[in-house]
Design a protein around this ligand. Structure first.
Ligand SMILES: [Mn+2]
Length: 450
């Protein structure tokens, strides 16, 4: 029987490959796991793959930390990493895979399991075992702790505690292991420390996500017209992203025209765009699990009014001020709560000050109060990638710079957002260099091509 299944797997292997995501080198996943093991205080980490979405129209998306550590894109798996101190002085890693369910595979396609020939090599993990053996392994790890009385005050088990499937799995395990299973500590902050710095291979995937998203915005320059619905633009975004190799948009596309341009996360996309409107389009794709995040603000009829252009120029000026102020190893995102902190390295404050000292609203008031969100966020596997914002940006940091001004009274909302990274020399590089930034560039790109 097993032999038959293996043969079947070989037959269908090509269809699996066709769906495969582009990956960083396999050795890089291994190096990440080893790096995580050094943060475990001599203990072990347990991370579960995301559950398969059942009876749901969303395609599967792997748990981000699990993907970061394995590149494994299938549900039902678990990863155990043991620091050398937890395993007789020897680093250990085990990928636990669910047993294949042939009935379910009729719906969800062929999967790999621990019995599949070459499973270890394909997974790139030192050991691959059936997930039915996970309780016994955890028993060994945690019982070993109390028996040998190693490091009794340090938590020995780290797990991803914020996921419903993880807490359920831990409950099940503690039910089967009884008091042997100690309360786990959260592994996510430890993985975050690794994810904060992107490798060259990750930067290459982030650039591909950016390129696909640039191609998408380029199509929008020519498509936006008065009388067209926001939703048809949102559909075009989906199409162009996927045409350019993305699995999906990296977040729900925002197409906010006229009054909707002042709603930050507007996503109903149900209005018909009118002559004279601005439309804020915050849309980008995910390429092999890596996100892009781009916003451009377009005049629906192809021409900014003088007032729209004035606000546009101030937002762009704020973005440029933040770029100019950037110093690797010093600059950070203070967020909206630290706008009072007078520090040239607080990029949020730099952008806020620029907006607040340029232009006025209809009542002669400065515009700072209309910049109502933070200046930016880290980007990686997550579009809001985990980052310790108390830390400055270093080589390998990837983040957005996205100032905005939203004046409901005037029906004017402008946001300009680019993803940038810090190169090895500490220089800020814009993934969207080739996409129009200035009002003139936007108008030129929107000119009908005959
Ligand atoms: Mn963003």
């Amino acid at each position: 029987m097993r032999r038959t299944l293996a043969a079947l797997f070989v037959v269908f292997a090509s269809s699996l490959t066709a769906l495969a995501l582009e990956s960083v080198p396999t050795g890089e996943y291994h190096a990440r796991r080893v790096a995580l093991s050094a943060q475990l205080n001599g203990g072990a980490a347990l991370i579960f793959a995301a559950d398969e979405a059942a009876l749901d129209f969303d395609p599967y998306r792997q748990d981000e930390d699990f993907y970061y550590l394995t590149g494994w894109n299938e549900p039902g798996a678990a990863l155990v990493i043991e620091a050398p101190a937890a395993n007789n002085g020897k680093y250990r890693e085990i990928l636990f895979l669910p047993t294949r369910n042939l009935r379910l595979e009729k719906y969800t396609g062929i999967k790999l399991d621990a019995a599949t020939p070459g499973a270890t090599q394909r997974a790139g993990v030192d050991e691959v075992r059936p997930i039915t053996e996970l309780p016994a392994e955890l028993d060994r790890i945690t019982v070993g702790d109390s028996t040998h009385n190693l490091n009794p005050t340090a938590a020995r088990l780290y797990a991803a505690l914020d996921e419903p499937h993880t807490t359920a799995a831990l409950d099940m395990l503690s039910a089967s292991l009884g008091s042997h299973l100690p309360p786990a500590k959260d592994v996510r902050p430890l993985v975050m420390q690794l994810r904060m710095t992107k490798s060259p291979a990750e930067l290459a995937l982030l650039r591909k996500a950016g390129d696909a998203s640039i191609a998408t915005h380029r199509a929008l320059f020519q498509a936006i017209k008065p009388g067209l619905s926001e939703r048809s633009i949102s559909g075009l975004i989906d199409y162009k992203l996927k045409e350019n190799g993305c699995e999906r948009p990296s977040y729900a596309s925002i197409v906010g025209s006229g009054p909707n341009s002042t709603t930050l996360h507007y996503s109903a996309n149900s209005r018909t765009m009118q002559d004279g409107d601005l439309v804020v389009i915050d849309a980008a794709g995910e390429y092999s699990m890596y996100a892009s995040d781009i916003t451009r603000t377009y005049p629906v009829n192809g021409h900014f009014t003088p007032r729209q252009r004035e606000i546009y120029d101030i937002v762009l000026g704020a973005q440029n001020a933040a770029r100019k102020a950037f110093v690797a190893g010093k600059s950070y995102m203070g967020g909206t709560l630290m706008r009072e902190r007078n520090d040239p390295h607080n990029l949020d404050k730099v952008a806020f000050d620029y907006i607040n000292s340029h232009g006025k609203d209809l009542h002669g008031e400065p515009l700072g109060k209309y910049f109502i969100h933070g200046l930016g966020h880290s980007v990686g596997i997550g579009v809001h990638d985990p980052y310790d914002y108390s830390k400055p940006f270093l080589p390998g940091s990837v983040f957005t710079i996205e100032p905005g001004i939203y004046i409901p009274e005037e029906g004017i909302g402008v946001r300009i957002e680019d993803v940038v990274y810090v190169d090895a020399n500490g220089k800020l590089i814009d993934f969207q260099d080739s996409l129009p930034h200035t009002a003139d560039e936007v108008e030129t790109a929107m000119k009908p091509v005959h």
